[in-house]
Design a protein around this ligand. Structure first.
Ligand SMILES: NC(=O)c1ccc[n+]([C@@H]2O[C@H](COP(=O)([O-])OP(=O)(O)OC[C@H]3O[C@@H](n4cnc5c(N)ncnc54)[C@H](OP(=O)(O)O)[C@@H]3O)[C@@H](O)[C@H]2O)c1
Length: 253
C-alpha cells in the first residue's frame, strides 16, 4: 500500500514538474545543441552526455521491471520490449552517430535528463510489471494494435529524420548548420521531434496507462517549444528558409 501511494505521488510530482512547469516556463529552451550558451556551468562531450543521461531508461527500468509481480508474464514482457527498443537505440546507437562528438553539453542538462529518465523508468516499468492489469487478449486488442502501429511509425520516422540531420555534417571537424531538405522536412523543421511525440503517444495507447500519458505529455511539453525555437533560429540564420515550412505540425504550428 505504501509502495502504491509512493508510485502515485511520483506520478503527480512528475506531471507537475515535467508537464505543468514547462508549460508555465514555455520559453525556457534547454541549453544544448544550437541553443548551448554561457552561464550553465561546466560541460562534457555531448556523446558521453547522451549515453549517461539516457542510460537509466535501460538499467533502472530493467531493475524495476524484474521487481514487479508480473515480470515473467507474456504481456508485460512484450510491452517492456517496446520501451527497451527505443532506449537501446537512443542510449547505445544514436550517440555514436553524432559526428561532432566533442561539442560541449552542460552537466546541469545531463543531470536533469538523467533525473527525468530515472524517474520515468520507474513509472513506466513499475506500471507494466506490477500495477497494470491487462486481460489475456490484450495483444490482439484494438488499443494495443493501434498503439503499436503509432509507436512504430513514430520510431522509424524519428530515426530517419535524425539520420537526415546527422548526415548534413561531413566530418567531426564540421560544426556548420545546413538547411535540411526532403519529404517531411518540406513540411516541418523538426520531424524528428514530431515523430518522437507520436512514438510516446503510441506508447500511451498500447500500454493504456497514466504513466504512458504523462510521458507523452512531458515529451510534447519539452519538444514543441524547442521545435518553435529551432524554427525561429533557422529563419534568422537563413534568409531563404522555406516560408511554407512550419515548426512541428504541418500547416499549423
Ligand atoms: N522525449 C524527449 O523528451 C526528448 C528530449 C530531447 C531529445 N529527444 C530526442 O533525441 C534526439 C536528438 O535531439 P536533439 O534535440 O539533439 O535534436 P536536434 O537539435 O534536431 O539535433 C539532432 C542532431 O543533428 C544535428 N543537427 C540538427 N540540425 C542540423 C543542421 N541543420 N545542420 C547540421 N546538423 C544538424 C545536431 O547537432 P547539434 O547538437 O550540434 O545542434 C544533433 O547532432 C531526437 O530524436 C529527439 O526527438 C527526445
Amino acid at each position: 500500500m505504501e509502495d502504491e501511494k509512493w508510485y502515485w505521488r511520483t506520478l503527480w510530482g512528475t506531471t507537475a514538474f515535467f508537464v505543468l512547469l514547462p508549460l508555465c516556463l514555455k520559453r525556457l529552451i534547454v541549453p544544448y545543441g544550437r541553443h548551448v550558451r554561457r552561464g550553465w556551468g561546466p560541460t562534457m562531450a555531448a556523446r558521453d552526455g547522451w549515453v549517461l543521461m539516457e542510460s537509466p531508461a535501460l538499467w533502472a527500468s530493467f531493475i524495476v521491471f524484474v521487481m514487479g509481480d508480473h515480470h515473467t508474464h507474456t504481456i508485460p514482457l512484450c510491452l517492456f520490449r517496446f520501451f527497451q527498443l527505443h532506449y537501446v537505440h537512443r542510449t547505445l546507437i544514436y550517440p555514436f552517430r553524432i559526428k561532432e562528438e566533442n561539442k560541449g553539453m552542460p552537466i546541469a542538462v545531463i543531470a536533469s535528463g538523467f533525473l527525468f529518465n530515472f524517474i520515468n523508468a520507474y513509472l513506466q516499468a513499475r506500471w507494466i510489471s506490477h500495477y497494470g492489469v491487462y486481460p489475456s487478449d490484450w495483444l490482439s486488442s484494438p488499443k494495443f494494435l493501434l498503439g503499436s502501429t503509432v509507436f512504430f511509425v513514430g520510431l522509424v520516422t524519428n530515426i530517419w529524420a535524425d539520420s537526415v540531420l546527422l548526415s548534413l555534417r561531413q566530418n567531426s571537424e564540421d560544426r556548420s548548420y545546413k538547411v535540411p531538405k526532403g519529404w517531411l522536412f518540406e513540411f516541418v523543421t523538426c520531424p524528428n521531434y514530431a515523430a518522437e511525440i507520436l512514438e510516446w503517444l503510441g506508447w500511451a495507447i498500447l500500454t493504456w496507462s497514466p504513466a504512458g500519458l504523462v510521458f507523452a505529455l512531458a515529451s510534447a511539453g519539452n519538444l514543441i517549444p524547442r521545435a518553435v525555437s529551432h524554427h525561429e533560429w533557422y529563419q534568422k540564420k537563413f534568409s531563404d528558409y522555406p516560408q511554407k515550412r512550419r515548426a512541428i505540425i504541418p500547416f499549423v504550428l
